[in-house]
Ligand binder design. Structure first.
Ligand SMILES: [Zn+2]
Length: 241
């Protein structure tokens, strides 16, 4: 039993979205003052090529000379993908926007350009991937948005009540005891449904600025996702045997 509880506890981990930017100052600014970054008026630095302080197209390209600017590792992922900074979003539109951006910065387009632009295209491409992955998954999106609000995920399970933990232990046991593909599939279907409901709840909680509620829901989602991954492992084993 204790092992199960410890296993569940290890699920609660903080995901750190600190960008791997080369600009350390910008990186710290993003971690320490994300809420300021969220609302700060955009003051684009001068273009490295034409020196103009013109507006950037898609946050990346100088609108005067068309050169691809250095990666802005502290950029708000929602802004990068042309979405308002809020939890609910249309997944299909997100994918569309992601593909458009990847086409714009595709390294093939820069193979004949300056080495600075080649580096920039690779950097932007990987940042766009990271932003997309973060926003496409409800739990990741929730944690990211929470971080933009200046909050972090709890390090322990104090946000959870005893009943929930007991229920999770029982469900882990159900997975352990499930012997065939059908029961595993049923258990998974139930989890999928609950995770969808939780994503809906997150949307309302963010709208209501109930960040404590957000944290509690995100931690619960982590538990459900961990049970889901145990189911997947067991399904793999069944397939292999
Ligand atoms: Zn320029």
């Amino acid at each position: 039993m204790r092992a199960v509880i410890n296993g569940l506890r290890s699920v609660v981990r903080t995901t750190n979205y600190a960008p791997n930017g080369r600009n350390i100052l910008r990186q710290n600014e993003c971690i320490l003052r994300p809420q300021i970054r969220l609302f700060a008026a955009k003051s684009s630095p001068a273009c490295w090529n034409c020196q103009n302080k013109s507006e950037l197209r898609q946050n990346m390209i100088c609108s005067d000379c068309g050169h691809l600017q250095d990666v802005d590792a502290g950029i708000n992922y929602f802004e990068l993908l042309s979405f308002p900074t809020k939890f609910s979003l249309e997944p299909q539109k997100l994918t569309q926007s992601f593909r458009q951006l990847q086409t714009i910065v595709h390294p093939d387009k820069y193979s004949n350009k300056t080495s600075r632009e080649q580096t920039n295209s690779a950097d932007w491409s990987s940042l766009i991937n990271k932003a997309y992955k973060t926003l496409a998954t409800p739990i990741e999106r929730g944690q990211y948005l929470l971080q933009l609000e200046g909050e972090t995920m709890p390090q322990d399970n104090s946000a959870l009540n005893k009943e929930f933990l007991m229920a999770m232990m029982e469900r882990n046991e159900e997975v352990e005891e499930a012997e065939d593909a059908k029961s595993l599939e049923d258990l998974n279907a139930q989890l999928v449904k609950e995770l969808e409901e939780m994503a809906q709840r997150l949307s309302s909680l963010f709208e209501a600025k109930d960040l404590q509620g957000v944290k509690g829901t995100l931690v619960e989602m982590k538990y459900l996702l961990s049970i889901q991954s145990s189911i997947k492992q067991k399904q793999q084993r069944l397939l292999g045997s």
